[in-house]
Design a protein around this ligand. Structure first.
Ligand SMILES: [Zn+2]
Length: 325
C-alpha cells in the first residue's frame, strides 16, 4: 500500500481507529484490494464527474439505535447534511435524501441549519416493499446520476438487518438497501460509506467482515447468518467512523479544503441533530459526538485532512528536478 500522496494520506487519516474498534484496517485493506486505488479520491472523482455534468444525487442514510429507543444515530446523518449542502451550494446539484418514516423532519431541520434550500426528502416505512412505487416516483423526479449511502443498514444474505452487536434491527428499518440495489442494477452507480461491515455497500468486503468483525459471521438473533451486508457497491469508502469517510470524499473534490465545514457550522449541526433526537451510538442522548468520538475530535480530524490537502505532498505529479546549468 502506498501512503505517500494526498489521496492515500486522506484515507489514512479517516482510517485511524479513533474509536478503538479494531476492524477498520482490515476492512480498508480488503476494500483497497478491490478498488486498487485510494478510496475517498476514487469516490470523489466519480461524484464530481457526474455532478459537474449536471447530474443529481440520491442520498441514503440513517441508522436507528435499538438500545436508545430506535432513534437515529448521529453518524451518517451529520455528514450527509454537510454533503448535501456542499453538493447543492458548490455544484448546484439537486439532492434527494431517503430515510425511514418519521425521520424526514430531522433532515428538513438540519438542511436549514446547513443553509440548504432545496432538499427533496422521501420517508419510507420499515420493512415495507409495497410502497416501492413511492420510491420509483421519487427517483423518476430526481433522476439521480449517482446514489450515495452513508452508514445505512443493509440486510445480510438471509434478509435480516443487524446492528454491530449482532441484534436484529429489521423491524426498525425500511429496505432502502434493496431499493439502492435495484437502482444500481438499472445503471445508477453507488458510492457507499461504512465503518462496520453491516451497512449498504459493504458486501464488497464481506469476507473480511466475516473474519474480523464481531458477529460478522454469526449474529445473536438466530437467523443463521452474521451481520455482514449483502449489498455491494461500485465505490466503497471505509473509515473508522462513517462521517469521516464523507469528509474525506469532500476534501478530495476540487478545491477540497473549502468543502469541509467550519467548526462553528459543524457544532450548530450537531446541536440541532441532538435537539431533533439524534443520539451518539456509544454514549447515547445528549453526547455531542459520533460513535463515541466527540465533536472537537471530529473537528481536529477535519483540520488534519485540510492540512493534508493544503500540503505540497505529491507523487503522481512530482515535478522533475530543475535542470543543471
Ligand atoms: Zn441474525
Amino acid at each position: 500500500m502506498v501512503y505517500d500522496d494526498k489521496a492515500s494520506l486522506v484515507d489514512r487519516v479517516v482510517c485511524v481507529d479513533y474509536g478503538a474498534r479494531g476492524v477498520v484496517s482490515k476492512l480498508y485493506q480488503a476494500a483497497y484490494t478491490v478498488v486498487g486505488r485510494p478510496l475517498c479520491k476514487t469516490a470523489a472523482q466519480v461524484l464530481e464527474k457526474l455532478i459537474s455534468a449536471g447530474g443529481s444525487v440520491l442520498l441514503a442514510t440513517g441508522f436507528r439505535v435499538l438500545r436508545f429507543g430506535g432513534r437515529y444515530e448521529t453518524d451518517g446523518v451529520i455528514s450527509s447534511t454537510v454533503l448535501a449542502s456542499i453538493l447543492s451550494r458548490e455544484f448546484n446539484a439537486d439532492v434527494g435524501v431517503v430515510v425511514d418514516s418519521g425521520f424526514g423532519q430531522i433532515f428538513k431541520s438540519l438542511a436549514d441549519e446547513g443553509g440548504l434550500k432545496r432538499l427533496k426528502i422521501l420517508e419510507l416505512p420499515p420493512g415495507d416493499m409495497t410502497r416501492q412505487n413511492i420510491f420509483k416516483r421519487f427517483v423518476e423526479e430526481l433522476n439521480p446520476s449517482i446514489s450515495i449511502a452513508v452508514e445505512r443498514p443493509a440486510a445480510n444474505f438471509k434478509g435480516v438487518y443487524h446492528n454491530s452487536r449482532g441484534q436484529d434491527i429489521s423491524s426498525l428499518h425500511s429496505k432502502i438497501d434493496q431499493l439502492l440495489k435495484e437502482l444500481r442494477d438499472d445503471g445508477v452507480p453507488l458510492i457507499a460509506v461504512g465503518d462496520g461491515g453491516n451497512e449498504v455497500g459493504m458486501a464488497v468486503v464481506r469476507e473480511a467482515v466475516e473474519e474480523y468483525v464481531p458477529y460478522g459471521r454469526v449474529c445473536v438473533c438466530g437467523c443463521g447468518g452474521g451481520i455482514a451486508s449483502s449489498t455491494a457497491c461500485d465505490y466503497p469508502v471505509i473509515a473508522s467512523v462513517s462521517d469521516l469517510g464523507v469528509y474525506g470524499i469532500l476534501a478530495l473534490l476540487t478545491d477540497g479544503s473549502k468543502m469541509l465545514p467550519p467548526p462553528s457550522l459543524l457544532e450548530k449541526i450537531f446541536d440541532r441533530a441532538l435537539e431533533m433526537g439524534c443520539v451518539d451510538a456509544v454514549y447515547g442522548p445528549g453526547y455531542r459526538g459520533v460513535d463515541g468520538v466527540d465533536v472537537y475530535s471530529i473537528q481536529s480530524v477535519i483540520k488534519t485532512i485540510q492540512s493534508v490537502i493544503k500540503s505540497t505532498i505529491t507523487t503522481a505529479s512530482r515535478k522533475p528536478p530543475p535542470p543543471k546549468n
